[in-house]
Design a protein around this ligand. Structure first.
Ligand code: FMN
Length: 370
């Protein structure tokens, strides 16, 4: 397995742990992954819900919690730590400012096109920051749009790009028609994006790794997707069932108990489909039942909180705490493969072994065919 280089940062392993919002991936998981040579990611999404004063001081709580978690992860690790911030959150600018003040290594930006980041950095005198910026996209078209806009307008480009396919956990950047028909595979989107990004590499002389995500669970998946030109993978689901994952034991058990057919799609108030593990709460919302919504503030730019059927942040936070009567867990299509809770170290070892095994197997096949 090759190292992953993002600008002047080098991760020993090309494995990024996906940011998992509303208190699933915090400093514990991020530090453990970074210590094993991968890139650990704290999700800033709904992070303040873990603070006692959240209902009174939601915006401030998000900033306090993010700062605390970054500092804790940096203290407990000697590796690369990132944060994930969704464009869709109302306090995106606040959270990004905290991450920059804490000198985070990388910011992963999902759920929207981060076209104006360079302008924002200039406005807060951070244009020369060492922090790396990595957008998450679901198509090569979106990647091209972001890279071209940054280059033409600011003479800069992002430091890497994550391509997330239709099998991922959490919110998805595809319509339900694509998700139900598996019309588009991660392989084809990654290949197209590698070609698209190559144009920007040639133009700028900068190396821009393309990172693949969504449905990658084993080292075998890793090896195969990396043959398309992806330089690394980003995995969320696989890291939930680790000892260090910051979520409740009941949430992890929900993964261990689920079957393949329990992993379903819902319409999230964010305005995107979401992949979840079915339970009674999910069945009720699928049947159109209205849940009580006590919105302390409009945490999502796109959420019309007076009309939504349920509050996505509350539902995810409840599940993260183990309260499945009032919530559900996000999960990727491969969550049913989880059989036990093991440490991040063991997970990384398994991934490396599976990767080498697949590499050797395919080389033997090649020799036999020759
Ligand atoms: C429980 C869970 C929560 C997630 N929360 C977020 C989030 O807050 N923001 C985001 O951009 N992606 C989120 N994701 C997506 C992950 O960062 C990652 O891209 C995805 O899990 C990759 O697919 P996989 O789960 O098949 O490995 C979440 C995924 C899961 C499973």
């Amino acid at each position: 397995m090759n190292e992953l280089k993002i600008g002047d940062l080098t991760a020993k392993l090309p494995i990024i742990q996906g940011g998992m919002g509303v208190c699933v991936s915090m400093s514990g998981l991020a530090a453990a992954v970074a210590n094993e040579g991968g890139i650990g990611v704290i999700s800033a999404v709904g992070i303040g819900m873990s603070e006692p004063d959240y209902r009174k001081h939601f915006r401030a709580s998000n900033k306090i919690a993010l700062r605390k978690q970054i500092q804790k992860a940096q203290l407990n690790s000697n590796g690369i730590i990132g944060v994930n911030i969704m464009m869709a959150v109302s306090d995106f600018d606040d959270l990004l400012t905290v991450a920059l003040e804490e000198k985070i290594d990388i910011v992963f930006i999902g759920a929207g096109l981060p076209l104006k980041i360079p302008a924002f950095l200039e406005s807060i005198n951070q244009a020369e920051t060492a922090t790396k910026f990595v957008p998450k996209v679901s198509s090569s078209r979106a990647a091209k749009l972001i890279f071209r806009h940054w280059l033409e307008k600011y003479n800069k480009i992002p430091d890497a790009v994550v391509v997330e396919g239709p099998l991922a956990g959490g919110h998805l950047g595809f319509g339900k028609d694509v998700l139900n028909s598996s019309k588009q595979s991660l392989y084809s989107i990654v290949k197209e994006t590698v070609d698209e990004i190559d144009v920007f590499q040639q133009l700028t002389g900068k190396e821009i790794p393309v990172i693949a995500a969504g449905g990658i669970y084993t080292g075998m998946d890793m090896y195969n997707i990396m043959q398309t030109g992806a330089k690394a993978v980003k995995m969320g689901t696989r890291f939930v069932t680790t000892t260090e994952c910051d979520v409740s034991e009941k949430f992890k058990q929900n993964y261990l108990d689920c079957k393949k057919e329990d992993i379903v799609l819902i319409d999230s108030p964010v305005g995107l489909p979401g992949r979840v593990i079915i339970n009674d709460f999910v069945r009720e919302i699928q049947q159109g039942e209205q849940k009580p919504v006590r919105c302390p503030w409009k945490c999502l730019k796109t959420c019309d909180y007076k009309k939504v059927q349920f509050c996505i942040s509350e539902a995810l936070f409840n599940a993260a705490q183990g309260n499945f009567e009032h919530g559900f867990s996000f999960a990727g299509t491969n969550a049913w493969l989880a059989k036990e809770i093991i440490s991040v170290k063991e997970t990384m070892q398994q991934l490396m072994e599976e990767y080498s095994h697949e590499e050797m197997r395919l080389k033997e096949v090649e020799v036999c065919e020759y």
